[in-house]
Design a protein around this ligand. Structure first.
Ligand code: CA
Length: 227
C-alpha cells in the first residue's frame, strides 16, 4: 500500500512517515502543493493524506482538480480546528474523510485502515431514517437540510443507533460496541447518558419530530414516531 503525504510542516510529515512505515505502508512526502499535485497526478497511490494549508497550491484546489480528472484515490484531508468551512468544502469536493489538527496517531491510522478497506470492498455507505441521513464515506450527518456538526464519538453513536433503528439499544450494548471498553473502573452509564444528551440536542433540538427516544431504565431507540 502506497500513501502520498502532502504536508508542508516538516516535523508533522516526519511523524506521519514514521507512523505509517511502522504499519508497513510505503510513504512518499510532497512538501508543497505543486509537488503534491504533480505526484498524485502522475503516480499510483492507494491513498492521499492532504493538508489543506499549503504553500504554492492549496489542498482544496488540488483535491478539486484531481477529482475533475476522475482520480478516485481516497483522500483524507487534514484541517485546522477553526476550518469548518474548509472541511465541508473538502467533503463536497470529494474528500473521503478528514481529521482536525492536532490529532492522535491511532485515530489517523484507524481512519486510513478504514479508507483502504472501503476501497477494496464497497458496502453500505449510507444509513437513513426519516429526514436523517448518514454518509459513512464522507462521515457527514444531515437532518433535513441541516448539516450536523458531530464529534467522532457522536457520529459512531448515531451510526450504531441507525444500524439498529427501531430496536432497543441498551447501555451495555453501547458500552461494548461503541466505547469498546466494557471493563472500566468507573461506570460508563453517565458518560453514555451525557453523550446521548448532546447527540440528541444536535439531532432533534431543531427538528419537528424526535428520532432518539429514551426507554426509561433500559436504553434508547431511534425511530420515527413514538417508541
Ligand atoms: Ca500546512
Amino acid at each position: 500500500m502506497r500513501i502520498l503525504i502532502v504536508e508542508d510542516e516538516r516535523k508533522l510529515a516526519q511523524v506521519l512517515v514514521t507512523a505509517l512505515q511502522g504499519e508497513h505502508y510505503e510513504t512518499v512526502v510532497a512538501p508543497t502543493g505543486s509537488e503534491g499535485f504533480l505526484r498524485a497526478n502522475a503516480e499510483a497511490f492507494d491513498l492521499v493524506v492532504l493538508d489543506l494549508m499549503l504553500p504554492g497550491r492549496n489542498g482544496l484546489e488540488i483535491l478539486q482538480t484531481l477529482r475533475q480528472r476522475h482520480l478516485q484515490t481516497p483522500v483524507l484531508i487534514l484541517t485546522a480546528r477553526d476550518g469548518l468551512e474548509d472541511r465541508v468544502l473538502g467533503l463536497d469536493l470529494g474528500a473521503d474523510d478528514y481529521l482536525i489538527k492536532p490529532f492522535a496517531l491511532p485515530e489517523l491510522l484507524a481512519r486510513i485502515r478504514a479508507l483502504l478497506r472501503r476501497g477494496r470492498s464497497p458496502e453500505v455507505f449510507r444509513l437513513k431514517t426519516g429526514d436523517l441521513e448518514l454518509d459513512l464515506v464522507t462521515r457527514r450527518a444531515v437532518r433535513g437540510d441541516r448539516l450536523l456538526d458531530l464529534t467522532v464519538r457522536e457520529f459512531e453513536l448515531l451510526e450504531y443507533l441507525l444500524r439498529h433503528q427501531g430496536h432497543l439499544v441498551s447501555r451495555e450494548m453501547l458500552a461494548r460496541e461503541v466505547w469498546r471498553e466494557p471493563r472500566r473502573a468507573t461506570p460508563l452509564d453517565n458518560v453514555i447518558d451525557v453523550q446521548m444528551a448532546r447527540l440528541r440536542k444536535k439531532v432533534d433540538a431543531e427538528a419537528g419530530q424526535r428520532l432518539i427516544h429514551t426507554v426509561r431504565g433500559v436504553g434508547f431507540v431511534l425511530k420515527e414516531g413514538e417508541p
